[in-house]
Design a protein around this ligand. Structure first.
Ligand SMILES: Cc1ncc(COP(=O)(O)O)c(C=O)c1O
Length: 413
């Protein structure tokens, strides 16, 4: 392997609140907030699930009073506007992000498309990072284009040079860091500072890091979204998305927009999301340690020509990762000499612990060969090479390494 570099010291999630240590009256640390923030009913540890469409009012006066402000989450009004279960989830995520508001959606894609649809108008120009999640790119190229909103895809490593890309009609810079297919780490503070100076909104897909490892709002980003389907839920059993902000006006606009489109997170999914969130602080360091162990083993394999793990110098933007992130999660990529499609198939099909499937962030390990055309435009692949993405779950890393060994043996056979 070309760039050699040991992984970052694992388990740095525990450093998340080091700035808090000397405060006179310290706020609860993030791991504690994850456990305690957002309780629908103080009588039960786990928030009850409210299955509700119709809400009954005591009187006509109460009906009128509650109608007045759709953002007022103190009262139930109608199931689509929220229930104590969804409010508890929003409160817990706000505590995690130090946000003024959290807007829930039924999927991560819905959060992305809601941000873009809510804040962009025909004639606006969008700067979208070139390493964005595939469906994000698709939405820009299809629906946004049809609405007369032009997108420029910019180099994720552009940093302060974003200044040169901003036009008079540029309304938003959207970031994703690290990119979930090619893992470039963006200089979010530099991009955000320029965008602020130029009066341009900023938004980021922060699914890889979660606010425990990198909180975009602390770096001035206006809107931070995550596919909660991944680490927040952590159990691969529900889909949801969430956007947080520290700006009350942006929150109100986005909340009204999602209410207006009829978007809503179903109560059982909100419950699963909240249940998963409680253990995020415990899970993330295990994902990090497992992924670092697996990556250290992979980099010694002759057929592995490049490691795309943010904690390795071979990952574009690694120095920004070292500066800004509190640790790594469990998703990374590597370039493998497979020879041909049959070689790739033999590697993947020999794995028994790594499941073959989309998504990531759950307790289980997954392996996904990335699509050369669709997913890897920024990573030059030689003929016979494939980019493989691993999500390292909570299994014993040694067993995962043994599983990968099976894949390498099948490839060499
Ligand atoms: C980086 C990233 N953002 C957003 C999404 C979309 O999330 P969801 O599947 O919840 O719609 C994904 C899904 O894989 C993702 O990897």
């Amino acid at each position: 392997m070309g760039d050699k570099q040991g992984g970052e010291a694992p388990g740095r999630v525990s450093e998340v609140d080091r700035d808090n240590d000397n405060a006179r009256e310290p706020r609860p640390r993030k791991a504690t907030q994850l456990v305690h923030a957002g309780r629908a009913d103080p009588r039960t540890v786990s928030s009850p699930v409210f299955h509700a469409s119709t809400v009954l009012f005591d009187s006509y006066a109460q009906l009128r009073e509650r109608e007045a402000d759709p953002n007022d989450r103190r009262y139930m009004y109608y199931g689509r506007r929220g229930t104590p279960t969804t409010v508890a989830l929003e409160d817990a995520i706000c505590a995690l992000d130090d946000a003024v508001g959290a807007v829930l959606t039924p999927s991560g894609v819905a959060s992305i498309t809601d941000i873009l649809s809510c804040f962009l108008r025909p004639g606006d120009h969008l700067l979208m990072t070139d390493n964005c999640y595939g469906p994000t790119r698709g939405f820009c190229q299809s629906l946004l284009a049809k609405r007369g909103i032009e997108t420029t895809f910019y180099d994720p490593l552009i940093g302060a040079q974003i200044d040169k890309k901003i036009r008079s009609n540029t309304r938003m810079v959207f970031m994703e860091s690290p990119g979930s297919a090619t893992f470039e780490i963006q200089d979010i503070p530099a991009i955000t500072a320029i965008a602020k100076r130029r009066g341009v909104l900023t938004a980021v897909d922060n699914t890889w890091a979660t606010p425990l490892l990198f909180n975009p709002l602390e770096h001035g980003v206006d809107l931070a979204m995550q596919s909660g389907t991944k680490y927040l839920n952590g159990h691969a059993d529900c889909l949801f998305g969430v956007t947080t902000t520290r700006d009350p006006q942006l929150y109100t606009r986005l909340r009204r927009y999602t209410l207006g489109t009829g978007s809503h997170l179903a109560p059982d999914d909100a419950h699963l999301a909240l249940r998963g969130l409680r253990t995020l602080g415990a899970r993330l360091p295990v994902h990090e340690r497992g992924a670092v162990s697996v990556a250290r083993w992979l980099e010694k394999q002759a057929r592995v020509t490049r490691l795309l793990h943010p904690a390795w110098a071979s990952c574009p933007g690694h120095e920004v990762f070292r500066r800004d992130f509190k640790g790594a999660s469990g998703l990374f990529g590597f370039v493998l000499e497979v020879g041909d499609e049959a070689g790739l198939a033999s590697f993947v099909d020999a794995l028994t612990l790594f499941g073959l499937g989309f998504s990531w962030g759950g307790f289980e390990s997954l392996c996904l060969p990335m699509d050369r055309e669709r997913d890897t435009p920024s990573i030059p692949l030689k003929p016979g090479e494939a980019l493989i993405r691993l999500h390292v779950g909570l299994e014993d890393p040694q067993d995962l390494i043994d599983d990968l060994r099976r894949g390498f043996s099948a490839l060499d056979a």
